[in-house]
Design a binder for this molecule. Sequence first.
Ligand code: GLC
Ligand code: CA
Length: 534
Amino acid sequence: MAPRTPWWRGATVYQIYVRSWRDSNGDGVGDLPGVVDGLDYLRWLGMDAIWLSPTMPSPNTDFGYDVSDYLDVHPELGTLQDMDRLVEEAGRRQIKVMLDLVPNHTSDAHPWFVDALSGPSSAHRSYYVWAPPKADGGPPNNWLDATGAPAWTFDEASGEFYLHNFLPTQPDLNWWDTRVHAEFEHILRFWFDRGVAGFRIDVAHGLYKDAELRDNPPPRDDDHPAVRSGRLRPEYSSHRPEVHDVYARWRQIADGYEPGRALLGETWEFDYERFARFYGVDDRPELHMGFNFPFVLSELRAPEMAKIANETLGALPRGATPVWTASNHDVGRFPTRWCDDEDDATRAALLVLASLPGTLVLYYGDELGMADVDVAAQDQRDEMSIARPGHPSRDRCRTPMPWSREPNAGFSSPTARPWLPLGDYTHKNVRTEQADPSSVLNFWHRLAELRRQGLAGALGAWQQLAQDDQVWAYRVGGTATVVNLSAEPARCRLAQLAGGHVLVSTHAGQPAELTGPDVDLQPWQGVLVALATP
Ligand code: GLC
Ligand code: CA
């Protein structure tokens, strides 16, 4: 098949939490040479691109989301030469490499912050957000960080507070200082020049803070549950409109390369109009793609998913590329969250993910139906989770990739001590599933082939055909998806289905030809149908 243009539109992308994917040197931590070793598997999986969770030097209070040098590779993960080799070896297999960029905050160990701490007149002081105490000596306003504690930490030496929307070790950058813009434009070019194909942009909605540092209001009744579950609505501490100018500029830089580099935002936004804004307007494009968090946080049920898909596709500007994803290193794995670790439901979810029009981002292990792992308190590593008791630890979805049934699952040498424990990998591992024709992995493989043939590429041609409490049906071009998202049998009657040919079914025993308008679906059964009259 001719290469897709642009490459990211309708692509299948695989998120790799590098520390947990493949350990090449037996120190218990996955690394870049390990990713190189896994490239043939990724090719077999049908991946067009990989997105690596943070690879830059970091004190690891948030495992790379606290960057201390944007222009290098974390020594635990490898070297710049390893990164160059990964880009090259991946390229030989037609796989692009995207990195994670963290522009909202740095590590407190970043030389900019170290200098800023040296005093109010230091060169980098205004790279960060500083404010004096209130009259009562307390923090400048009511903003809370990701753990629910005040988002301000007092600096005794200068008598001012600095802002951190995440951990105190992650001071927020001050995007009102144009020197910060110049720094990041340089960082983008540095990696693009090395052949990196794009970035996932961390906290893409964050960057700017309200210039007057106004208090955040309480959530509104009509806010998404994810917002209502917080004490405040992060209206002034993030989600400021000025961020769009940054992305318009970055887009010019990315599009100036050949082939174009892609910007994929972690757009934590629940208002569809505001979400759509990240793609830009008319002749001022911004991000190429943004993660769709209403979908990520949906339930695997026809009414919920249909509503979200309709609203998303209705809100995005014409020609925009939607992104479908269901697991990541923060929210957990979909086979557990959506599917109760049942393979039938997991296949149904993969069918939906693979057949919605747009770009798909799978998280490592999704293709296996890999479940979250219960990580015992003494083995937990994620400080953000430890600081938020009562919330499930993010470690549950960051455990090592199971490659085989060997000790340590082939992730690391059999005698190593992986940085996080492995779950039960007796049945769910690459080698065992590859050998089993009925595995989740081989079901994904069939879907990947169909995506390669253009299944998800027909952007804009999406049409919902049916939706009730159980069944959801839609078509993209000449292909229809009919799926029963419930634990009871269901029937779907649609005139268009008569004469259709079933390309793939989540369940065995499905007749390949549809003679009439009815499809009888078992619990969690889904079929992909080539329509007789496209
Ligand atoms: C994003 C990342 C998350 C990280 C946070 C702070 O939400 O996905 O893992 O902790 O930003 O960088
Ligand atoms: Ca290693």
